[in-house]
Design a protein around this ligand. Structure first.
Ligand code: MF3
Ligand code: CO
Length: 276
């Protein structure tokens, strides 16, 4: 399907419906060298945004301030925030605190406290090409359990992309992430998945972070993918708040998110949104 079907699906990094994966025709775009150069630049700028935002996080700050800072920085760098007004999303940076999984809406009233964990999801468009990446940060000193959740989530991404090479199949990535996370007995979010990215924020294919029975489409050089494990300390189940955006864990457990835009090559994948 892609980011396209029904209202809700469009917005959530492509929300999964049961029969969708693999059964429908997919159109996974292969980027030309010229397009890849633009993707690289879009992603390089986004990496700067994440670095700056990460360094700015501190207790007492509102999530609105983070959005302001991110929005201004994206524009200063020559990009356009791609989340802003995306299906009505009201901000440029998704800021999700503690039990919020993704798509939290920045607010002047939401003040970060020491010990919180905060997921920042950001993206931009540069010369028509989208980038998308997320990081989860501790606010001041956080509990060992929260540290571990953030670490395992980030590690799961890196384990996953070891499989992200031409000749492998897409769900080799999904299965690797699942196999890595499972022993920690965390909940791997299933209602939201990663996605292709390029001239649109959400392109085919959908990229689940949990085990698949099929291997999925063949990976080819020139594919650009946003791979984004969302991992809960408790159960996998999530729900949507009444603002119709904020995704929270059903059991109130804390959640971490880590995402990069990645280029499939003939060799190792290129992680385009890493800061040097
Ligand atoms: N990385 C998020 C995603 O892939 C970005 C959401 S943009 C929003 O869904 F505008 F929908 F929040
Ligand atoms: Co994404």
């Amino acid at each position: 399907m892609a980011a396209g079907c029904v209202s809700r699906m469009i917005i959530r990094m492509v929300r999964r419906t049961a029969p969708a994966i693999g059964l429908n025709k997919m159109a996974i775009t292969i980027k030309s060298e010229k397009e890849i150069a633009l993707m690289r630049e879009s992603c390089r700028l986004l990496a700067i945004v994440h670095k700056e935002l990460g360094e700015a996080i501190r207790p007492g700050m509102s999530t609105w301030e983070i959005d302001q800072m991110g929005d201004q920085l994206i524009r200063k760098l020559g990009g356009v925030p791609n989340f802003k007004n995306y299906n009505g999303y009201p901000a440029s940076i998704c800021v999700s605190v503690n039990d919020e999984v993704v798509h939290g809406i920045p607010s002047k009233k939401r003040i970060l406290q020491e010990g919180d964990i905060v997921s920042l999801d950001a993206g931009l468009i540069y010369k028509g090409y989208h980038s998308d990446a997320a990081r989860t940060h501790g606010v001041g000193k956080v509990s060992p359990a929260a540290e571990k959740l953030m670490k395992v989530t980030e590690e799961s991404f890196f384990v996953g992309i070891k499989m992200a090479k031409a000749g492998n199949h897409l769900f080799d990535i999904s299965n690797a992430i699942d196999a890595y996370v499972r022993p920690f007995r965390y909940g791997i979010v299933r209602d939201l998945v990663g996605h292709g990215i390029g001239t649109k924020l959400h392109e085919d294919p959908q990229i689940p972070n949990f085990r698949q029975l099929r291997r999925g489409p063949l990976l080819r050089p020139g594919m650009t993918l946003a791979i984004e494990p969302m991992i809960n300390m408790g159960r996998a189940d999530v729900e949507w708040l009444d603002d119709d955006w904020t995704v929270v864990t059903q059991d109130g457990s804390w959640s971490a998110h880590y995402e990069n835009t990645v280029l499939i090559t003939n060799g190792e994948p290129e992680i385009l949104t890493l800061y040097d």
